[in-house]
Design a protein around this ligand. Structure first.
Ligand code: NAD
Length: 700
C-alpha cells in the first residue's frame, strides 16, 4: 500500500507514500480510501490529516499507470475525493513542496488546507492536452476566483502557495505556515480546533461567478484562442470554468469528466502525452545504466569564439559554471566576448536579466589565447571551423595538453566524430555535443556517441545537459546525425516539388498550415541559401548519384542567398524580414522547367505535406534500424525541440503512427511512381515495412 495510516492522539494521519512524488496510482488511491474508512470507524478519531511523505504532497496522476488498465480501476480519483469530501469528520490537507493536478484536486476535496510556503501549486493537465478531470475546473474557481483559476489551468504552470494565499478573498488555503518544519504541527492544531465545527466547509458549496459574466468568458475565449494554436484543451478549460459559474456543481463535475474523456481520445492529447513520455525517456540508454558513475564537471573550456562557441559558453555561464574560451587571435576573442556581452545586454533591456546577473555571468568567463589556460578544464568543447584539418590540429593539441580524464567534445555538424576521436590517443574521452543555433536559445542537444566513447563520458554529458536545461538526445555517428540527416530528405523533396509545378510560397504555406513555424524556403532564406549550396557541392563529390533539384543552385548563382542579401527564394524590403513572393524567382523556375522539358502538374497541399513529412519518416526508419537513434521517441524529441515540428502532432514518428503506417507506405508507393521524384528513395525502409506487416507502430 502506498499510503500510511497512523493515529496521533485524536487525529488520524494518512500519509501518501509513493515516491518520487506520491502519484495517485491505484495502490495510493486504495490506501487513502482504506485510511478514511478506518478513521471514520474509529470512535477515538475526531479529525483526519492528509499529507505526503518525501518530496511532495502529491504530483497528481501516477505516470507509471499512464494508459494501463490500473489507471481506470476503481476507486478512481473522483471516488477518492468524494469519500474525503463527504467525510463526517473534518479532513485537513497538509501541503508541502508540490500539489499538482490530481494532487491539488484531492486537496480541494478536503475541508481545510494548510500549506507550507514555497509549495508549487498547479493544474498542469493542459500540457498533456487535457483539462483537469477530477473536479479541478469546478472547485479551483470557487476556491481562488474565476480569473486566477482559469489562468492557472490554461497555462498549466506552477504558482507558489504563498502567492496564491495573497489572492483577495481566496479560500484555497486556510493557513500558510511559517516554514515547512511546522506544517504538521499547525495542521494538527487546526484539526484540534475544528473537531466540533459543523457543517464542515466544502469548496463545492462556495459561490462561483465573475463580475463581468458572459463578457469575461468571451474575452477569455478570444485571448486563449490566439495562444492555444491548434490545441483544443485550453479552450475547453474556458468552457469548463464557465460551466462552474452556470450549472449546479454535480452537473459541472459530470460535464468536466465528459470533456476530459473526450480530450483523452484526441490526437492532440495523444501527441502531448507521447511527448511527455518521450522527453523523460531520452536519457534512458539501454546499455548505460542510470547508476553509471559520472565525471565531475566543474570547469568548462570552449575552443572557438564564433557563432556557436559564444552561444555554447552562455549555457554554462547561465548555469553558474566558469568557462574559459580560447581563440587564435585577440580580435577573434574580442569579437566573441563582445557578442556574448551584447546578447546578455539585450536580455537586460528586455527585463529578462538583471545588471547584477549580467556582471556575475561575464565574471565567470575567461578569455585566452593559450592552451595552457584550459588544460585543467573538466570538459572542453570544440567549435572551430567545419574543416577536418582544422579539427585535427585542435584535437591533437587538446590531446597533448588537457589533463587526464577531461572530456573532449566536438560541436561538428557534418564531420565524422570517429575520425576526430582518432586524432587523439584517448578516443574513449571524445564525444559529440551538437548544439543548435542560437546555442544559448535552442533546447536541443544531439549527443553524438562515437564508436569508442566511454559509457561514463556519455552519462556525464547527458547529466550535464540537464544542468544546462537542454533536451539531450543520443545519436550514433552518421552524416547529419539524426536531425540533419532527416531534414536533408525534406529539403530534397521541397526541391522536387518546385520541379513539378509548385511555387516556393505554395510549399511553405502548405507545411505552415500543417503547423511548422516556417516552411523550407522561408527557413532557407533565413539560414542563408549559400549554406545548403556548399553542402550540395560537398555531397555531389561524396554521393555522386544523389539527385537534387537544380533550382536552388540557380538561385545561388544569382547571388540570392536569402535575407542577408535582401533576396532569396523571396524578395525582402530593406531591413525587413517579411518574405514577399518573388515574380523573378517564379519566372526563373518556370523557364527552368521549360528548358528542361519538365512535365508540370498541380500538386495538392496534402501531397506537399505528405512528401515533406513522410520523406523524413522513411529516413528515420533507416536511422532506427541502423541504431543511430535507439527509439522513435528520441527522433520525435529532436524534431519537436530542434526543428519546429508542430507540438500538437507529437513529432514525425508519432504523426506517422497517427496517420497509420499502412497508409503511409501506400502513399510512398504512389510517390515512387513519380518520374520527377527520387523514385528509389521511396522504397519503404525495411523497419517501416516490417511494422506494417506486423500491424505495429513506431511509438507504441
Ligand atoms: P564560426 O566561423 O562562427 O566560428 C568559428 C570560430 O572558430 C571563429 O571565431 C574562428 O576564429 C575560430 N577558430 C578557427 N580555428 C580555430 C582554432 N584552431 N583554434 C581556436 N579557434 C579557432 O563558426 P560556427 O558557426 O560557430 O561553427 C563552429 C562549429 O559549430 C562548426 O563545426 C560547425 O559545423 C558547428 N555548428 C554550427 C552551427 C551553426 O548553425 N552555425 C550549428 C551547429 C554546429
Amino acid at each position: 500500500m502506498t499510503a500510511q495510516y497512523e493515529v496521533r492522539g485524536n487525529v488520524a494521519v494518512i500519509t501518501l507514500d509513493n515516491p518520487p512524488v506520491n502519484g495517485l496510482g491505484l495502490s495510493t488511491r486504495l490506501g487513502i480510501t482504506r485510511g478514511m474508512a478506518k478513521a471514520l470507524e474509529d470512535p477515538g478519531v475526531t479529525a483526519i490529516v492528509l499529507t505526503g511523505a518525501g518530496r511532495a504532497f502529491s504530483g497528481g496522476a501516477d505516470i507509471k499507470e499512464f494508459g494501463s488498465p490500473k489507471a481506470l480501476q476503481e476507486p478512481n480519483l473522483l471516488d477518492v475525493i468524494a469519500v474525503v469530501e463527504q467525510s463526517t469528520k473534518p479532513v485537513i490537507a497538509a501541503i508541502h513542496s508540490v500539489a499538482m493536478g490530481g494532487g491539488l484536486e484531492l486537496a480541494l476535496g478536503c475541508h481545510y488546507r494548510v500549506t507550507a510556503p514555497g509549495a508549487q501549486i498547479a493544474l498542469p493537465e493542459v500540457k498533456l492536452g487535457l483539462i483537469p478531470g477530477a473536479g479541478g475546473t469546478q472547485r479551483l474557481p470557487r476556491a481562488l476566483g474565476v480569473e486566477m483559476a482559469l489562468n492557472m489551468m490554461v497555462k498549466g504552470d506552477p504558482v507558489k502557495s504563498e502567492v496564491l494565499a495573497q489572492v483577495p478573498g481566496q479560500k484555497l488555503f486556510d493557513k500558510v505556515t511559517t516554514s515547512a518544519d511546522t506544517l504538521m504541527d499547525e495542521a494538527m492544531a487546526l484539526a484540534a480546533a475544528v473537531t466540533d465545527t459543523r457543517p464542515l466547509p466544502k469548496v463545492r458549496d462556495l459561490p462561483c461567478a465573475h463580475p463581468m459574466g458572459d463578457g469575461y468568458f468571451q474575452f477569455a475565449r478570444n485571448t486563449v484562442k490566439a495562444l492555444a494554436k491548434n490545441m483544443p484543451a485550453p479552450l475547453k478549460c474556458v468552457d469548463a470554468v464557465e460551466l462552474a459559474t452556470k450549472v449546479a456543481f454535480d452537473k459541472g463535475l459530470v460535464l468536466e469528466r465528459e470533456t476530459f474523456v473526450n480530450l483523452m481520445a484526441t490526437p492532440e492529447s495523444r501527441a502531448m502525452r507521447h511527448m511527455f513520455m518521450a522527453s523523460r525517456a531520452t536519457n534512458k540508454i539501454a546499455d548505460v545504466p542510470s547508476d553509471t558513475p559520472v565525471r565531475e564537471i566543474k570547469a568548462v573550456a570552449v575552443v572557438g569564439a564564433g557563432t556557436m562557441g559564444g552561444g555554447i559558453s552562455m549555457n554554462f555561464l547561465n548555469a553558474g559554471m566558469p568557462v574559459t574560451i580560447l581563440e587564435t587571435s585577440q580580435e577573434g576573442l574580442d569579437r566573441g566576448l563582445a557578442t556574448i556581452k551584447r546578447n546578455y545586454e539585450a536580455q537586460v533591456k528586455k527585463g529578462k536579466l538583471s545588471e547584477e546577473k549580467l556582471a556575475q555571468r561575464m565574471a565567470l568567463l575567461t578569455p585566452t589565447l593559450a592552451y595552457a589556460d584550459i588544460a585543467q578544464a573538466d570538459l572542453v568543447i570544440e567549435a572551430v571551423y567545419e574543416e577536418l584539418a582544422v579539427k585535427e590540429t585542435v584535437f591533437k593539441t587538446l590531446d597533448s595538453t588537457m589533463k587526464a580524464g577531461a572530456i573532449l567534445a566536438s560541436n561538428t555538424s557534418t564531420l565524422d566524430l570517429n575520425a576526430i576521436a582518432a586524432f587523439t590517443k584517448r578516443p574513449g574521452d571524445v564525444i559529440g555535443m551538437h548544439f543548435f543555433s542560437p546555442a544559448n536559445v535552442m533546447q536541443l542537444l544531439e549527443v553524438v556517441r562515437g564508436a569508442a566513447t566511454h559509457k561514463d563520458v556519455l552519462a556525464t554529458v547527458m547529466a550535464l545537459a540537464k544542468k544546462i536545461k537542454k533536451t539531450a538526445v543520443v545519436s550514433g555517428v552518421c552524416d547529419g546525425f539524426i536531425g540533419n540527416r532527416m531534414i536533408e530528405q525534406y529539403i530534397r523533396q521541397a526541391g522536387f516539388l518546385l520541379d513539378e509545378g509548385c511555387t516556393p510560397a505554395q510549399v511553405d504555406k502548405a507545411i505552415e498550415s500543417f503547423g511548422f513555424a516556417m516552411g523550407p524556403f522561408r527557413m532557407s532564406d533565413l539560414a542563408g541559401n549559400d549554406i545548403g549550396w556548399a553542402i550540395r557541392k560537398r555531397r555531389a563529390v561524396e554521393y555522386p548519384d544523389l539527385r537534387y533539384s537544380k533550382i536552388a543552385d540557380l538561385l545561388c548563382e544569382q547571388g540570392r542567398y536569402g535575407q542577408k542579401t535582401g533576396a532569396g527564394w523571396y524578395d525582402y524590403q530593406a531591413g525587413a524580414r517579411k518574405a514577399i513572393p518573388s515574380p523573378a524567382v517564379d519566372a526563373m523556375i518556370v523557364s527552368y522547367r521549360a528548358d528542361n522539358k519538365l512535365a508540370t502538374r498541380r500538386v495538392s497541399n496534402d501531397e506537399i505535406v505528405q512528401r515533406l513529412v513522410f520523406s523524413m519518416v522513411n529516413e528515420a526508419a533507416h536511422i532506427l534500424e541502423e541504431g543511430i537513434a535507439s527509439k522513435a521517441g528520441d527522433i520525435d524529441m529532436v524534431y519537436l525541440t530542434g526543428y519546429g515540428f508542430p507540438m500538437f502532432r507529437g513529432g514525425p514518428m508519432r504523426y506517422a503512427d497517427e496517420f497509420g503506417l499502412f497508409k503511409v507506405v501506400q502513399q510512398m508507393q504512389r510517390f515512387a511512381k513519380n518520374p520527377l521524384d527520387d523514385q528509389a528513395f521511396w522504397t519503404p525502409a525495411p523497419l517501416l515495412q516490417r511494422l506494417v506487416d506486423e500491424g505495429k507502430t513506431f511509438t507504441g
